[in-house]
Every structure is written in structure tokens, then in C-alpha cells.
Design a protein around this ligand. Structure first.
Ligand code: COA
Ligand code: ADP
Length: 611
């Protein structure tokens, strides 16, 4: 038994490796006209005192490569609007080579997302390793007559490009909400109060304060005399590093930078005023905040950017050093001290939920308002990633209802698909309300809405028959009148298309809720990734696909179908299809029910991000 499972896992891992190698090969062979490659040898003039590449210099190179890629697609001048969170995995030494690859993942109206990959190459050992991966948004500059320049769409060719293209819409949503999310979280009552009663050895925050001015000269600007975003980021990193060094009295290492947002442009001749201070010191890391303002010789200060950076200090053995505590300045400093604790929690959630491979995220993540946006992102992007896979195999077809399967990383997924005679937007509104599912899915015994998070995200409790074995060793199912039920706590995230050719998406995943612990009389089931995509088809029809990354709870329902022994997938899908066609027209009473009721500031912002 053990040897057979070992054999199976080695076959699976070689399958996965082959698949990954195929993806790499496909990427290498495919020509992407927006791709820009930049290689730089790291010289002493690019380094800090430890002969390591300064992060500011790295950001300048990343911004230039990304800008060239954006301008190649736009065929017109572009500026950096934002750079998402950056997590720097390794330092780079003098003599090593930095390789940067940038390409446009998706163009929206006047903005586009550029994906940037940075790796380091050691010329003597032939080794290459990953340094960071970032996403930047570039916006086309208006013409001299003030008109906006609209971008042509990107056409993804490889599977990787298709996945990046599809998820770029979800990343854009998170990006546009970033400021509102942070504000909502910082001012919500849930912010934990940190202990500010520092001991006598604590360092006064004023000691770390930095104020520095830069004059923007032609070498700092692009061909349109606008200051390079990369240059501003480098100046910001410079003052932040000084502030961090003042606290630890050593050379700190920059690990993460929260999103950079360029609020307004700056030009040659501007004076840039950069201010930084350590907001808080935790055991092994500190948060430094930086604010950049621009002004002409005379005239008011314009807020250009604010960023928060996390530094660590490593000893000679590259072990983390313990940092002194900080005594914040009264009022503003105390506020920033508390807010930095909330930001640390957000950062951890974000890193954990967004950066993990889907299969590494535990089945049920605890839901709370602070990680809601990242959980929804994870929910939608997991379904989009599953849908974009190009190795789905047709398993069974009956009356044009098709059952596909996909095996990857010891996970079996299935997809049931057919065209239905209903407009896509109507199918979306019917399927997105999970409560309707009890009308067509006999497995759904009960479905209650627990919480309406915002316009697009909902928490439900769903009750289904249990497939777990009863005490007599036979599978218990409601069909047999077996009595044991299971329940699921599901986050349902619905998304309208973000541009033509995009599907409507309804993504489902399990979460845990302290208010809804598992009950004794129910088995608590878990869903890693499931949901619908709905594409507009010809003649006002819809192509409806249902996906499920089969967990042990659903596997028994579908395995007999996959083996060709039954066709319950067909009956369930037909039942869904009949339900949809019966309710094709919206009734007057529904129209009233669907009218939005006074949305919150965040849900208003959510609506405004839709195209
Ligand atoms: N992150 C990503 N994209 C953003 C954004 C942000 N923080 N803020 C705006 N955008 C996008 C919008 O989504 C929109 O994209 P779309 O046309 O594809 O839908 C586009 O930018 C224009 O948005 P709009 O609301 O018309 O413009 P705005 O008045 O908010 O200006 C900038 C946006 C980015 C042009 C403006 O803030 C700016 O000029 N910033 C400085 C840019 C710069 O000079 N950078 C270099 C360093 S100073
Ligand atoms: P906030 O004060 O809400 O954090 P700001 O955009 O005003 O937002 O500032 C961002 C960060 O820049 C602050 O958290 C702080 O670390 C730093 N900063 C702001 N003003 C100063 C200042 N006068 N001196 C030193 N650092 C400052």
C-alpha cells in the first residue's frame, strides 16, 4: 500500500514537473511583442556598504524595463501609476547579474498592468535564482490637446499569459480599493491596540526622523520631462534606509515595500521633499514610513507618494537581530505606531493568502473583515486559474452536456459545461444567489445567507447529505434516508466581466467563522475551489461551466460519473438548465428585491472600479 502510494506520488510529481517544463517551454517559444529584457551587471556604484545592490537602484531598473514594455504596447508615452507590494527574497552582491523581464499582462482603457520578474545570476557558478516578482500599472499620458490615449487590447497566447490576463482584472480591483481597504481597516474598531509603554532602553522615534530634499534634474526625468517613478522610489528608499539605520545603528536590509501609488506627476525643476521616520519596531523587523511631496521654487507642496517599508537587521551569520523598542512621538507618532500594527497584520494576511500557491492555502481560512478582500481575490483567482488550464480532458458527453476532468498535483478537478438558452447576465444573477440552488440541486438541502459582505461577496451556510461512512461502515446519504448531514461555510464572490470576452464568474471556497463553529450533528465539509463561469454565446445564449476541485466530500458524487457508471452530473446540469430557462425573464418583484440598499463607502468604491 505504502509502496503503491509512493509510486503514485512519484508519477504525479514527474507529471507535474513535465507540465511545468512544458509551460516554461511554451513561454520561451512564444514571442510576446511587449516583452522587454534587461540585464545589468552590479557594480560597486550600485551597492551599499555591504557591497549589496541597493533596492533603490533595483527599483529604478524595474521601473525602466516596465515603462519600455508599456510604451512598446501603447506606442505612446506612459507614466507609472503604481507598483504593487514587493517582497524581496534575496540580496544581490556586486559582480552578480540582475536579469529583468517585463511584459504587459493586460491593457484596460488607458492603463495597463505590467508583470516584472527579477532574477539574479552568478556568472561563476552558473546559478540563477528568483529575487522578486512585481506588478506595476502604467497609464498613457494625455495628448498635447489633453485627450486620453486608449489602449488596444492584449491577446494572450500561452497558458501562462492567459492566466495572468485573467487574474489581472482581479488584481486591478484590489489595487483600486487599496487605499479604501487600508482606511476602513485602520479606523475599524477591530484594530488591536499595541502596548506603547516602552522601557527606559527604548529609542525615541524623533531620533530616526529624516528630512531630505532633491532637485529634479533632466537625468532624473523621462523624455517628457516627467520625473521617473523609479527615481522617486529610489529616493524614498534612501531616506527610509537612513531612518532604519538610525534605530538599529547597523546596515538594515529592506524586505518588503507596501504598494507605491503615484498620486500626481512631478517634473524637472521640482523640489522633492522626502520625510521618513520609524513608525514601529517589532522583535525582528521595523516599519518605516516615507512621505514624498513636490513643489516648485514657489508654490504649494503636492503630495506625490507615501509608502511603508519593512526592514530587518542580519548579523554576520545572516541571523535576524533583535531590535530596540521605539518610543513614538505623542499624537501623530502614537497613531502611526498603532496603525503599523494593523498594517503588519494586513501584510501577513496578504502574503499568506495572495502569494501562496492555491494548493498551499489551507482548505478553510478564517474569515474576518481584515482579510476579506484578499480572500475574495484568492477565491476568484483560483477559479480563473483552474478555468484557464489547457489540459482539460473530455471524459463524457451526453446531449451536449460535457464532463471534463483535469489531474494536477494529486488533485482531481472536473468541469461540466453546456450552452443554455438564457442571456449571460440573467444566468449570472440567478446562479450568483446561492439560495436559488436548492431549487435545482438535490444535494443542496438548505442554504442560508449568513452575511452580505459587500455587493459582490457573500457568506453562506450550505447543508448537503453526508458522504462520510456511517457507523455500520456503509456510506450514508440522504438518498438512503441515512440522516447524517454535512454543512459548508462558503464565501461566494461574484464578478461581472472586466472587458469583452471575459466571463461572468461566481467563485466558491470554504472559510471558517467563529460565529459558526462545526455542530456535532453535522460533518463540516470543505470546498477548496468551485464555481461557475458564464460566457455570452451566440443567439443570446450562455456557455455555462461549473468547476469543482474535488475534495473528499464531493469525489464520491462524481467518481462514478467519471468512470462512466452513472450520469448524475448530466441530471444535475439539466435540472440547472431547466431552472434557468424557466426563470429567463425577471419578474417585477425580483426587480424590487434587487434594488441596492445604501451601500457602504467601500462597496461604493467597489462599484466604481467596474468597467
Ligand atoms: N493604480 C493603478 N491604476 C490607477 C491608479 C492606481 N493607484 N489610479 C488611477 N489608475 C488608473 C485608472 O484605473 C484609469 O485606468 P483605465 O483608464 O484603464 O480605466 C487610469 O489610471 C486613469 O484614471 P483617471 O481616474 O482618469 O485618472 P486620475 O486623475 O486618477 O490619474 C494618474 C491617474 C496615474 C494618471 C495620476 O494620478 C498621475 O498622473 N499620477 C502620477 C504619475 C506619474 O507621473 N508617475 C511618475 C512618477 S511622478
Ligand atoms: P500617515 O501619517 O497617515 O502614515 P502620511 O502620508 O502623512 O500618512 O505619511 C506617511 C509616512 O511618512 C508616515 O507614516 C511617517 O512614517 C512618514 N512621515 C510623514 N510625515 C513625516 C514627517 N514630518 N517627518 C518624518 N516622517 C514623516
Amino acid at each position: 500500500m505504502l509502496s503503491s502510494s509512493l509510486k503514485m506520488s512519484s508519477t504525479l510529481s514527474s507529471d507535474v514537473m513535465e507540465e511545468e517544463e512544458e509551460e516554461e517551454k511554451e513561454e520561451e517559444e512564444s514571442f510576446n511583442p511587449t516583452e522587454v529584457k534587461m540585464s545589468q551587471i552590479v557594480m560597486s556604484c550600485h551597492c551599499n556598504h555591504r557591497q549589496e545592490l541597493s533596492v533603490g537602484q533595483l527599483l529604478k531598473w524595474m521601473d525602466s524595463a516596465a515603462c519600455l514594455s508599456a510604451e512598446r504596447h501603447a506606442a505612446s508615452p506612459c507614466v507609472t501609476a503604481s507598483m504593487d507590494d514587493i517582497h524581496i527574497e534575496h540580496t544581490i552582491k556586486a559582480g552578480q547579474v540582475v536579469n529583468i523581464r517585463a511584459k504587459v499582462n493586460r491593457a484596460f482603457n488607458t492603463s495597463m498592468e505590467v508583470g516584472i520578474q527579477v532574477s539574479c545570476e552568478d556568472l561563476f557558478s552558473d546559478r540563477i535564482w528568483r529575487i522578486c516578482h512585481a506588478y506595476a500599472t502604467f497609464v498613457t499620458q494625455r495628448t498635447s490637446s489633453g485627450e486620453k490615449v486608449t489602449l488596444r487590447p492584449i491577446v494572450p497566447h500561452t497558458q501562462k499569459e492567459l492566466i495572468e490576463y485573467s487574474i489581472a482584472a482581479e488584481r486591478r480591483r484590489v489595487r483600486m480599493l487599496h487605499d479604501d481597504i487600508i482606511k476602513d481597516l485602520l479606523y475599524s474598531a477591530s484594530v488591536q491596540q499595541g502596548d506603547m509603554s516602552a522601557g527606559s532602553d527604548a529609542v525615541a522615534a524623533e531620533k530616526t526622523k529624516v528630512e531630505s530634499v532633491e532637485l529634479v534634474l533632466p537625468p532624473h526625468a523621462n523624455h517628457q520631462v516627467n520625473t521617473f517613478g523609479g527615481q522617486i522610489m529610489a529616493w524614498m528608499v534612501n531616506v527610509a534606509t537612513i531612518a532604519a539605520s538610525r534605530l538599529c545603528q547597523a546596515h538594515p536590509t529592506l524586505r518588503t515595500i507596501d504598494m507605491f501609488t503615484f498620486r500626481g506627476p512631478s517634473q524637472v525643476g521640482d523640489r522633492l521633499l522626502l520625510r521618513a521616520i520609524v513608525n514601529n519596531a517589532f522583535k525582528n523587523s521595523m516599519e518605516v514610513g516615507v512621505r514624498a511631496e513636490a513643489h516648485q521654487k514657489e508654490g504649494p507642496n503636492r503630495h506625490i507618494n507615501s509608502a511603508f517599508m519593512t526592514f530587518e537587521v542580519l548579523d554576520g551569520n545572516r541571523k535576524l537581530c533583535t531590535l530596540p523598542r521605539i518610543r513614538p512621538e505623542p499624537l501623530e507618532g502614537e497613531r502611526r505606531f498603532q496603525e503599523s500594527i494593523a498594517r503588519k497584520k494586513i501584510r501577513l494576511d496578504r502574503k499568506y493568502i495572495i502569494s501562496c500557491e492555491q494548493s498551499e492555502v489551507p482548505l478553510s481560512v478564517p474569515w474576518d473583515p481584515r482579510n476579506q478582500v484578499y480572500l475574495s481575490y484568492n477565491n476568484v483567482s483560483a477559479l480563473k486559474m483552474l478555468a484557464a488550464k489547457n489540459n482539460w480532458r473530455l471524459s463524457t458527453e451526453r446531449d451536449e452536456v460535457r464532463l471534463y476532468t483535469l489531474e494536477k498535483k494529486s488533485m482531481l478537478s472536473f468541469r461540466v459545461e453546456a450552452e443554455v438558452d438564457i442571456p449571460a447576465d440573467r444566468a449570472f444573477s440567478l446562479l450568483a444567489d446561492l439560495k436559488n440552488r436548492t431549487s435545482w440541486d438535490t444535494h443542496y438541502k438548505k442554504c442560508e445567507l449568513i452575511h452580505r459582505v459587500d455587493e459582490d461577496d457573500f457568506l453562506y451556510r450550505v447543508v448537503t447529505p453526508s458522504v462520510h461512512r456511517g457507523t455500520m461502515g456503509s456510506p450514508t446519504s440522504a438518498n438512503q434516508g441515512g440522516g447524517i448531514l454535512q454543512d459548508f461555510i462558503l464565501l461566494a464572490s461574484k464578478r461581472k466581466p472586466c472587458g469583452s470576452g471575459d466571463p461572468y464568474v461566481i467563485a466558491l471556497r470554504s472559510v471558517t467563522l467563529p460565529t459558526h463553529p462545526p455542530f456535532e450533528e453535522f460533518n463540516r465539509g470543505e470546498v477548496l475551489c468551485a464555481g461557475f463561469t458564464i460566457l455570452e454565446a451566440e443567439n443570446n445564449m450562455s456557455l455555462i461551466s461549473y468547476y469543482n476541485q474535488a475534495s473528499p466530500e464531493v469525489l464520491p458524487y462524481i467518481s462514478t460519473d467519471i468512470a462512466g457508471l452513472s450520469s448524475s452530473f448530466y441530471h444535475t446540469f439539466c435540472s440547472c438548465s431547466h431552472y434557468l430557462t424557466r426563470n429567463k425573464l425577471q419578474s417585477d418583484s425580483e426587480e424590487k428585491v434587487n434594488e441596492p440598499n445604501s451601500p457602504s463607502s467601500l462597496s461604493k468604491a467597489l462599484n466604481s472600479t467596474k468597467l
